[in-house]
Design a binder for this molecule. Structure first.
Ligand code: NI
Length: 261
């Protein structure tokens, strides 16, 4: 029989993505034999949130997050907030996300992004649920809006953390977890490696963001949760902690963060 050890918890996946259309079911079923115990599928648009809800209903080891990513907030209105609220009432839905700000491209307008980020933070507060934050090239505004919209009272994860060690410390002090994935294995990720070294293991969660951000040595290929073992190895080397301990502790962190019973 297979040795019963701790299994990897992928806190951020997008198995609703069309790149999984060919083999979604087969791939998801194969994860348990590849050391992956739990997956949270994260909504990003109205369509992917809808699909996330359907997918997590099908698999006992999958949970979901519902929310609208900053790149998809353009056509939102209040009825979408009511809809998110109704989905969030389901016990398989464990967080509001991914929500935040992304200034990498010029659209949607920053004011529109800010409005719906704030609105969804308020929603998470109202529902008493953890949040999944997406923030790219928008460090100062993200923190400002969080501070103004219950950020100190909410908890959750700064997904695909990409800022400085100083900014990491601010979020750690606020009680947030940092989501670490494939990027940490990239040669040019010096800053993130510093962040991983300084962050207590008790505050790190593993994430793929699959199908994106595949770790080395498979960078560029389609990502899935089984590739997290390369992220685990990288964190293990950076922190001088065994891979078993990394898997066990990050799993416990994720269960606590998402309040999974
Ligand atoms: Ni994502």
């Amino acid at each position: 029989a297979r040795k019963r050890g701790y299994m990897i918890f992928d806190t951020h996946a997008h198995y609703d993505d069309e790149s999984f259309d060919e083999d979604r079911e087969e791939l998801i079923f194969s994860l348990k034999n590849k050391g992956v115990g739990t997956v949270v599928n994260v909504g990003a648009s109205v369509a992917s949130t809808k699909k996330t809800f359907e997918i997590v209903k099908k698999y006992d080891f999958m949970y979901g997050a519902v929310g609208i990513h900053p790149e998809d907030v353009e056509r939102l209105d209040e009825s979408h907030m009511e809809w998110l609220k109704s989905l969030a009432a389901d016990k398989k839905i464990v967080a509001i996300g991914e929500i935040g700000l992304d200034y990498h491209y010029d659209e949607p307008e920053r004011e529109v992004q800010k409005k719906w980020f704030a609105r969804q933070l308020d929603l998470a507060y109202e529902l008493d649920m953890p949040i999944i934050i997406h923030s790219r090239d928008a460090a100062a505004d993200t923190l400002d809006i969080m501070k103004a919209h219950h950020g100190d009272e909410l908890n959750g994860v700064i997904h695909c953390f990409s800022y400085s060690p100083e900014m990491a410390q601010i979020y750690l002090d606020m009680g947030y977890y940092l989501g670490i994935g494939g990027v940490v294995t990239f040669k040019n990720s010096k800053k993130l490696k510093e962040v991983v070294k300084m962050t207590p293991l008790e505050r790190i969660v593993l994430e793929t963001d699959c199908p994106y951000l595949t770790p080395e040595p498979y960078r560029g290929k389609r990502n899935d949760s089984s590739y997290l073992k390369y992220v685990v190895e990288c964190i293990s080397e950076l922190k001088g902690i065994s891979t078993e301990k990394i898997i066990k502790t990050t799993c416990e962190n994720a269960v606590k963060m998402y309040r999974i019973k």
